[in-house]
Design a protein around this ligand. Structure first.
Ligand SMILES: [Ca+2]
Ligand SMILES: [Ca+2]
Ligand SMILES: [Ca+2]
Length: 669
């Protein structure tokens, strides 16, 4: 996550500067200055010099688009453009692709104005804002690099040394505790079984689909990486075209696997200051599965060319970033070229944008314009729109950074292998759901407790490394969103964007019961866990529950090591219907093994059992609906019926001390 200080809407500062120059009609000038100040989308804090973004009215947009010279468009802007020495005024968005739709949305009204860097930025902004036809002025805030350190994973150290059966043959999968956590001390002294995204049972249902494209907005993705190359999105016209030529006429030269919006060229990952961050994130979403090498990706397929595809929308490159306009174009590119999931492990500093109003209060930024375009573009027949997922940020603050904090975007917090909040994660306001982001083990700083994924070989010779951060938690959720969509496609289910978001934030396991006392963090400090209670989003995302929600199967959460009673009536209707009586149903050995079920018995139409380990399984429960006399083989008026349920056993599940029934969390189902 970057730590940019941006977007603070401190209009008062600009206002004061303007007033000081005021000599004639004070009231009129103050009013005019107030009008000008209202046009600013953000402040000049951390802004790039020599560049501003403006939003103009229809007529000026036409004139600027036609103009060959920045200062001679025949529009109201010419005089100011000449005054600030503007060298270029270019539309932000690419109207060559999907132009009619973009014009209807007003996207053609955004322009990037370029002028000499020695021109005072605030003065240039004030001058442009003084033009009546300019309704918004945005500073191009610098995006600071995510502060990511990759620690090389040595494949020989990562080879499987235990005898557990793994679902895929990727040799390093067994070190990816973030997918399936067995609670091993070799990973982390306080590792907790089941503190994971419950991926293995989800993989029994789907591992991805080729026709789903996930755009990674980040550093460049190393598309040559041995464990990513087969899951890269390919722009066929460019792949089979000529170098240096825009073969598909989309306005971008040689955009074979995406585009570098920071350096305007090919996707890259070898400049100094490149950290491997984009490649790491991409590997979590869709490293190639079951290919006998490296790691596994959440939606990386089964080894039969069926992984989801990664598109690299590069906004960070060496010491450059794409700025506000370039970032907006990167998001636009994703929407224009088929992506339906937008993976974003970047953002602005927590608390620097106060709230949704400050982010989008009638002065929508150019990035938000692009986000809305992405969300409202349908690229997949089974998802009505595009889903945007962001890291919540690593400031350790009780608020997510924007854009993730925005209400239409999912912001992901991070837990460690101990199932507890990490020392760095943001939490509380604006945070929606938690995932595994890893955290160095206290005192030992052992890296195995971070997230293991792919990096370019110029970052780590082996091509694999550990990193920690909400940046690493976020792609777990993007990958799970891809699995949800894969499963929806397999079953002909069409999801609205809201339905998919609802499924993701409600298919979670509760982490609150563990949030008491203190946790020693890696640098010897302590976290007061109670301050995270109910604030890590809805809970820890569970890939299996997500798929069950897509399928429409109810989940029954079961605690571990506690005797509980399952009464099917609690899960039907409003849960209080005494005309539903459970019949003895077959619980297969497979289910018993998956959850380590002990002491199972049927008593009075209820099922009593104890789970001894984390696990997930499907169970069909039979019951009599509407019967008022069940027993002794006699049923009066009842209809024998059955329903499929998913049992999910996890630590921290609570139950009613009186009835011994597990508490049923509300939510999507
Ligand atoms: Ca092209
Ligand atoms: Ca080309
Ligand atoms: Ca692999």
């Amino acid at each position: 996550m970057n730590k940019t200080k941006v977007f603070l809407l401190a209009l008062a500062g600009l206002f004061a500067v303007s007033c000081a120059t005021n000599t004639v009609d004070e009231t009129a000038t103050v009013d005019a200055n107030a009008m000008v100040a209202k046009k600013f989308v953000n402040t000049s804090n951390e802004a790039v010099k020599g560049e501003l973004i403006i939003y103009v009215d229809e007529a000026v947009a036409e004139q600027l688009a036609m103009a060959e010279c920045a200062t001679r468009s025949g529009s109201a802007i010419d005089a100011i453009a000449a005054e600030i020495g503007a060298t270029e005024i270019k539309p932000v968005f690419n109207l060559n692709v999907n132009g009619d739709v973009k014009r209807a949305r007003g996207m053609h009204r955004w322009f990037t104005v370029t002028f000499p860097e020695n021109v005072e930025l605030e003065v240039a902004a004030q001058r442009l804002a003084s033009v009546k036809e300019v309704s918004r002025v945005q500073f191009a805030t610098k995006i600071v690099r995510p502060d990511a350190t990759a620690v090389e994973a040595d494949p020989s150290q990562c080879a499987q040394t235990r005898s557990d059966e793994m679902p895929l043959d990727d040799p390093m999968l067994y070190k990816q505790w973030h997918y399936r956590n067995l609670g091993l001390q070799e990973i982390h002294p306080n590792a907790k079984a089941g503190a994971d995204v419950n991926l293995f049972p989800a993989w029994e249902i789907t591992k991805g689909r080729r026709d789903i494209i996930v755009a990674v907005v980040d550093e460049g993705v190393c598309y040559e990486h041995e464990d990513l190359v087969d899951n890269m999105w390919i722009n066929e016209a460019e792949a089979n075209g000529e170098e240096g030529v825009d073969d598909d006429g989309n306005g971008y030269v040689d955009d074979v696997h995406g585009y570098n919006f920071a350096h305007n060229g090919r996707v890259s990952w070898t400049r100094s200051k490149d950290s491997g961050h984009g490649t790491h994130v991409a590997g979590t979403v869709a490293a190639v599965n079951n290919n006998g090498i490296g790691v596994s990706g959440v939606a990386g397929g089964s080894g039969n060319g069926d992984g989801v595809r990664i598109m690299s929308c590069q906004i960070l490159s060496g010491d450059k970033d794409a700025g506000a306009g370039g970032t907006a174009k990167a998001v636009e590119y994703a929407a224009d070229h088929g992506a339906c999931i937008l993976q974003n492990s970047w953002g602005f500093g927590a608390g620097q944008i106060a709230n949704d109003g400050a982010f989008a209060n009638g002065s929508t930024s150019v990035e938000l314009e692009a986000f809305h375009y992405f969300m409202e573009t349908q690229n997949n027949p089974n998802l009505e729109g595009g889903i945007i997922i962001f890291a919540a940020g690593n400031d350790g603050k009780a608020v997510a950074g924007y854009p993730g904090a925005y209400n239409e975007i999912i912001a992901v917090t991070a837990i460690g292998p101990d199932g507890l909040p990490t020392y760095y994660t943001n939490y509380d306001r604006g945070c929606n759901v938690a995932a595994t982001g890893g955290e160095y083990a206290p005192t030992t700083w052992a890296e195995q407790s971070c997230v293991l994924s792919t990096v370019p070989t110029n970052i780590a010779k082996s091509g694999y490394a550990y990193m920690q951060g909400t940046s690493m938690a976020c792609p777990h959720v993007s990958g799970i969103a891809a699995l949800a969509l894969s499963y929806a496609m397999d079953n002909g289910i069409v999801l609205s964007l809201k339905e998919l978001k609802d499924i993701i934030v409600s298919s979670v396991n509760n982490i609150n019961p563990s949030l008491n006392g203190f946790k020693t963090n890696v640098s010897g400090g302590t976290l007061n866990l109670a301050s995270y209670n109910n604030k890590m989003g809805t809970g820890l995302i569970d890939a299996y529950r997500v798929l069950m929600a897509v399928r429409g199967t109810k989940c029954i959460a079961l605690p571990i090591g506690e005797e509980v009673i399952i009464n099917v009536a609690s899960y039907i209707g409003d849960g209080t219907n005494d005309k539903i009586k459970m019949l003895e149903s077959e619980i297969s050995q497979e289910v018993i093994d998956a959850l380590g079920i002990e002491n199972m018995k049927w008593m009075g139409g209820k099922l009593m059992l104890t789970c001894t380990k984390p696990g997930s399984a499907l169970v069909t429960l039979k019951y009599v609906a509407g019967g008022n006399n069940v027993g002794g083989g006699q049923i009066t008026g009842g209809m024998e019926t059955q329903q499929e349920f998913a049992f999910v056993a996890r630590y921290g599940v609570t139950y009613d001390e009186g009835t011994l029934e597990p508490n049923t969390p509300g939510g999507w189902l």
